[in-house]
Design a protein around this ligand. Structure first.
Ligand code: GMT
Length: 381
């Protein structure tokens, strides 16, 4: 198949999923064309069956807001025509599904069919899409999509409830390549890499996100401050975003800044995650929680919040520990007691990896997308 993929190319779960999907589809022999305003960050250095088409957005003094969605629709239609695409797959409804809808209409006027699949990721439904300025158009574009997928049952239910959508929605979960995201088997090599972050007797707690308020990064630091009173440990935060500065100040005020490491955006998180003992994900909301899945695949259990689609991924007490939003004391107590109970931690590490392998591996989930594309093409045909 020849598939056009549009996503936000910046740091964020929906862009990661879209990019990894494109890479996996290309590995299966499909031709993948990314159409976006810049190259998705995880794409660099990859090749074979993957093409990237930049969307130029020209500005003009009259435009207080340059119309990216229109430029995107034009480019989608051009790429689809020139490269004979079978379908478009857009990630995050706003504005991508609206642009795809326009591209489909532009080509229909030329007698050419271009179905599109919209994948809903989270705040496109639970936050931004509910804003009155976007609600009617988002509702319309979802309803008019040739196919719609959501990354969890939770998000599907939210979409049906909030948007009054009457069409079918296929749940296709987030996935992880279990060969790329994997524990380091060579214990000596793992110990050596860990020594760059912590002393041998210290635990490593990790956080990975885009540091937006919904991630509650300040809670990460608060939890760690309590854990480190009971267990020798270091905290490694991967990513960057608006709440980084608040978290840095808090670490400073709590006098733990020498144990808290802000690593900024990292390209190869798969090399860092297996060095951790625990992942901290105290989010206000997660429609799925890709960071927790990536950690679990590396045998790192998550201390997370019981929100959105997280319970569909993390089995409380088996593959991680779940708490209420803001339950800092409880999260810290749970993390510390787990770190002290090596047998329980080891059992959780194994169970998490097994869950990733048996339910969320790319080898299982990517074919689900392909089957869904075929179904959509069959309907459109
Ligand atoms: O919805 C968002 O906030 C954006 C999106 C992103 O690009 O980071 O995150 C969502 O998509 C991820 C990948 O599908 C999910 O794993 C995240 O749980 C989800 N974030 C939220 O629901 C807050």
């Amino acid at each position: 198949m020849r598939i056009g993929i549009t996503c936000y190319p910046t740091y964020g779960g929906s862009g990661v999923v879209a990019t990894e999907l494109g890479i996996e589809l290309a590995a299966l022999g499909h031709e993948v064309h990314f159409i976006s305003y810049s190259q998705p960050f995880r794409l660099s250095g990859r090749d074979g069956g993957i093409f990237y088409h930049e969307v130029p957005v020209s500005s003009y003094p009259l435009f207080e807001f340059p119309p990216y969605d229109l430029a995107l629709a034009s480019r989608m239609a051009e790429v689809a025509e020139f490269y004979d695409l079978d379908l478009l797959h857009v990630h995050y409804a706003i504005p991508h599904s609206v642009s795809a809808l326009l591209a489909r209409q532009m080509l229909a006027a030329k007698g050419r069919r271009l179905p599109f699949v919209t994948t809903l990721h989270g705040t496109d439904i639970t936050l931004v899409g509910l804003d009155r300025s976007y609600l009617p158009i988002t509702q319309y574009a979802i309803q008019e999509s040739d196919g719609v997928t959501s990354i969890s049952n939770y998000l599907k239910e939210m979409t049906l409830e909030y948007f009054g959508v009457t069409r079918g929605i296929e749940v296709v979960t987030n996935f992880v390549n279990c060969d790329v995201y994997a524990p380091i088997r060579d214990e000596e090599a793992r110990a050596e890499s860990r020594r760059k972050l912590a002393r041998p007797e210290e635990a490593i707690l990790m956080h990975l996100s885009n540091f937006r308020p919904v991630k509650r990064v300040v809670d990460v630091v608060k939890v760690f401050a309590q854990v480190v009173r009971e267990v020798p440990a270091q905290l490694v935060l991967v990513g960057d975003g608006p709440d980084r500065s608040s978290a840095e100040w808090l670490a400073h005020d709590l006098h733990i800044q020498d144990k808290v490491h802000f690593m900024g955006k990292q390209e190869r998180v798969n090399e860092l995650l297996p060095l951790a003992d625990l992942m901290l994900m105290p989010s206000e909301l997660e429609s799925f929680g890709l960071a927790a899945l990536e950690a679990m695949a590396c045998k790192v259990p998550a201390i997370a919040t019981r929100v959105g689609g997280v319970p569909e991924l993390v089995d409380d007490g088996v593959t991680g520990l779940l708490y209420g939003v803001g339950a800092v004391d409880e999260m810290a107590a749970g993390a510390a007691s787990l770190l002290k109970d090596r047998a329980r931690l080891e059992a959780m590490r194994e169970a998490g990896r097994k869950t990733a392998q048996t339910r969320f591996c790319s080898s299982l989930v990517v074919p689900h997308y392909v089957r869904y594309y075929e179904e959509v093409l069959g309907q459109a045909g």
